[in-house]
Design a protein around this ligand. Structure first.
Ligand code: 2BA
Length: 109
């Protein structure tokens, strides 16, 4: 068995969980926050047998979009804030950041 941990954008979460449950994948949705943008994102936990991992990855790929996002840099510490003109930087976020972990044991009581 594997545990798939997928960090995705909030905007894709509903479409993705619907697509996964349509194919009988069980999911748990966690509210998470990206360390870089400090904005909310969604982490999905998907437990499945080894032979279904590829199918889950395909569904993730089909339902998570890459998006451009502007980030305003923080003004330099100790610098003169009056003369500091921040240039927003564009970063590409997503579609999905995925970890596939081996599951040692699985219990449901
Ligand atoms: P954030 O940490 O908020 O990062 C959002 C996007 O900002 C990243 O998109 C990446 O394009 C950019 N970025 C992140 N760190 C950067 C840096 N030091 N310098 C310049 N740009 C940077 P993604 O790579 O698609 O990541 C989306 C979200 O997935 C991340 O949100 C984070 O929550 C998670 N993530 C990505 N890689 C991870 C990892 N190795 N471990 C744990 N979580 C990860």
């Amino acid at each position: 068995m594997k545990l798939i941990m997928a960090i995705i954008q909030d905007k894709d979460a509903n479409r993705l969980t619907n697509a996964l449950s349509k194919e009988n994948f069980k999911t748990t949705k966690l509210a998470s926050t990206g360390g870089f943008l400090k904005e909310g994102n969604t982490t999905l936990m998907i437990g499945c047998d080894d032979e279904y991992v590829d199918e889950a990855l395909t569904i993730l790929k089909e339902n998570c979009s890459k998006r451009e996002q502007m980030v305003a840099p923080i003004s330099p510490m100790g610098g003169n804030a009056d003369s500091y003109i921040p240039n927003p930087v564009q970063v590409q976020v997503g579609g999905a950041t995925i970890f596939v972990l081996p599951v040692e044991s699985f219990y449901q009581f």
